[in-house]
Unconditional design. Structure first.
Length: 63
């Protein structure tokens, strides 16, 4: 049961990374910067999330 809970927690964390990444800033004070950056959020949280997802993908590919 412990391994299943750990896996479930990891899946939830991964889903949260993907769901919160590069939000839609249409109509906000950050819209112009977001559009100028090809709709990629430049905040530290999104940068780290993209790096984590990239690393996870690379680790999965290396299996």
């Amino acid at each position: 049961m412990g391994v299943e809970n750990a896996l479930f927690n990891q899946i939830q964390a991964l889903a949260a990374l993907e769901d919160g990444l590069d939000m839609d800033f249409t109509g906000t004070q950050w819209e112009a910067e977001w559009l100028a950056n090809n709709k990629v959020c430049p905040c530290k949280a999104c940068i780290i999330a993209r790096d984590c997802l990239k690393l996870i993908g690379e680790l999965e590919a290396a299996k």
